[in-house]
Design a protein around this ligand. Structure first.
Ligand code: ZN
Length: 608
């Protein structure tokens, strides 16, 4: 048995104390290692750099510890148990890290639990202890780990079937608020940490149909016997999926309030529900239906797969769609979200440079390490992947006259791979899709996965009585999805007579002007020499900032020249910019005739 003990040693210093006991160490000397990354977040994070001190002993005898590489240690051969004591610095407030202060503690296994090498298949026990001191007397504990001892929501002893399971159960401790609900007979816990005034009853009421939708989509019974939604309420946004829990980060303004009324879904709350829906869908799609490359995970370094478009893209497609299918949001509200996703993909030239399979493969060094040039150079396997999922769903439905669709493909993936534990081969999706379609889908997959051609979305949506419109962006806060107030239409990228002009930059507010965050490759500013990082202070001698830049430009027409003053580092520079019309890359959707036709309902509401 492998035994761990973890306790917040000094919350004010952000230090966890961890002890690992290996009862029968390997005869040649016990090896110890910490993962370089955490499943679900494809970037090398080198968690071992947060180990502050590490000592080992056999009985009372201190042992010499040799460091082998950045994340591996070697103990000398000994007979009898060895105990390894170490401290972990926890000051990363993210869903993939560890964080400890006087208000709460949170950790992911890969940040704190060293693997006893050679024993990864063995079950392990973990004692999780409360910090010392009266100030922490009210702290509770939430985790999906299997409890061995201790009261419900209390500190105590837990177990995991193996090291992989130990890593997949994050732990939250503190004075959090919690509530429970059941979905298809499975108990679900909702935990909110941080200051907030959320309507917990509303949250449970709305999460239940989402969970039931996903469970029924893949088929009962659910693959977990309980589930925990853990949310750290802060000003960040994000989520990470686990086998029977999820860690989320959400702004408090995205949570439902008692003052919202029973049915109002604010945009922020819609986005929070979408996030919960997304991570819950992963319970099947990526936690159990996994790429063969992740079976098992090699956490020492990068593991490449071309399949992230399927695991993140299909999940991103269903996260919002299920909100409409369950009636939590109206079809129009769903189409607004879909319009925003289309807009995100079409605003970047990167979609013409990188395929989704390339984007998946290079996630480690490109999608997860985006710089100011990212929209010009890469495509998101989330957003483009979601559009491929949409196109695949509508294509399967077209070929089977709505008898079958993407739901059937997901069920087949679940039966063939999720339930068997076999990994999905890199080319494994297409044959199953063809089985659902009863037709060859070679052309579809070639175009969607291995080319950078745009998908035939307008045509596929038109069959459902939905029209895809394009217009120019109205300012830098325009996310798309809505008709917009200004005229201007046309094909994406095509000039349109009445469209407003722009500089072809994305700017951020700065006390001294408008800071260029990114210069679009086809934009007027780049052609004139402006770059990301430049601080624009004046247009034709008039002071500008991020807030008034669009208003100032509204006085100009296509083809006119303006003089732009900007600082690059501490040098004032002058650029002569020939204004170009804004490209019509902002999408929005409308329902023909104002209400969904039969084919629209069959798809969007999954109803005949
Ligand atoms: Zn995801």
């Amino acid at each position: 048995m492998i035994h761990y003990r973890i306790r917040p040693l000094r919350p004010e210093a952000h230090l966890f104390q961890v002890s690992l006991t290996v009862a029968e160490p390997t005869p040649e000397g016990q090896g110890l290692t910490l993962p370089a990354w955490i499943p679900g977040s494809y970037m090398i994070r080198d968690f071992a750099r947060h180990i502050v001190s590490l000592e080992a002993r056999a009985g009372d005898q201190p042992l010499d510890v040799a460091k082998i590489d950045k994340q591996t240690w070697q103990l000398p051969p000994v007979s009898g148990p060895v105990i390894v004591d170490y401290q972990v610095y926890a000051w990363d407030l993210s869903v993939r890290g560890a964080h400890l202060d006087t208000t709460h503690g949170y950790f992911n296994g890969p940040c704190v639990f060293l693997a006893a090498m050679g024993f990864e298949d063995q079950p392990c026990q973990v004692d999780i202890e409360a910090p010392e001191g009266a100030a922490y007397g009210t702290w509770k504990l939430a985790t999906g780990l299997q409890r061995v001892s201790g009261p419900e929501l209390g500190f105590g002893r837990f177990r995991a079937d193996d090291y992989d399971a130990l890593l997949d159960h994050p732990v939250e401790m503190g004075d959090f608020e919690h509530a429970e609900f059941e979905a298809c007979g499975v108990p679900h816990q909702v935990v909110l940490s941080g200051r907030q005034r959320a309507d917990m009853a509303r949250l449970c009421r709305d999460l239940k149909p989402i969970c039931e939708h996903h469970i029924k989509l893949f088929g009962e019974p659910a693959p977990m016997d309980r589930y925990v939604f853990m949310t750290l309420v802060t000003n960040g946004y994000g989520g990470l999926e686990h086998r029977n829990s999820t860690s989320l980060m959400s702004p408090r303004t995205d949570l439902p309030l008692r003052t919202d009324g029973p049915d109002r879904v604010r945009d922020g709350y819609r986005s929070y529900l979408g996030l919960c829906s997304h991570e819950y869908f992963h319970t099947w799609n990526v936690k159990r239906i996994k790429p063969a490359a992740f079976t098992p995970f090699d956490l020492r370094g990068e593991v490449h797969t071309e399949l992230l478009w399927a695991f993140e893209g299909i999940t991103s497609y269903y996260d919002d769609l299920s909100l409409a299918r369950t009636g939590l949001i109206k079809p129009e509200s769903y189409l607004e979200l879909l319009g925003q996703t289309i807009t995100r993909v079409y605003r970047g030239e990167g979609r013409h440079k990188q395929t989704v399979t390339e984007s998946s493969f290079d996630a480690w060094t490109r999608f997860y390490k985006q710089d100011e040039n990212a929209p010009n150079a890469i495509v998101s396997y989330y957003a483009k992947g979601a559009l491929i999922a949409l196109a695949l769903d509508l294509t399967l439905r077209r070929l089977t006259d709505d008898a079958r669709g993407l739901d059937d493909l997901m069920r087949l993936l679940w039966q063939r791979y999720g339930q068997t534990g076999e990994g999905v081969p890199e080319q494994g999706i297409r044959p199953l899709a063809e089985e659902v379609a009863g037709a060859d889908l070679g052309d579809f997959f070639r175009q969607a996965l291995y080319s950078t051609e745009d998908l035939p979305l307008a045509e596929l949506l038109a069959e459902r009585g939905i029209t895809l419109h394009w217009r120019a962006a109205e300012g830098h806060g325009d996310l798309g999805g809505k008709p917009g107030g200004k005229p201007g239409a046309g094909k994406p990228g095509a000039a349109s007579g009445e469209a407003p002009v722009n500089l072809g930059v994305r700017v951020a507010a700065d006390p001294a002007g408008a800071r260029v965050q990114l210069a679009y490759e086809q934009g007027a500013a780049m052609a004139a020499g402006l770059s990301a990082g430049d601080l624009i202070i004046a247009v034709d001698g008039l002071k500008v900032d991020a807030a008034n830049l669009d208003t100032v430009l509204a006085a100009y027409a296509e083809g006119e020249r303006v003089e732009v003053h900007a600082f690059r580092r501490d040098e004032l520079m002058r650029f002569s910019v020939t204004l170009a019309p804004s490209e019509a890359t902002t999408a929005w959707l409308s329902i023909d005739g104002g209400h969904l036709n039969d084919k629209g309902r069959a798809w969007l509401l999954n109803r005949g």
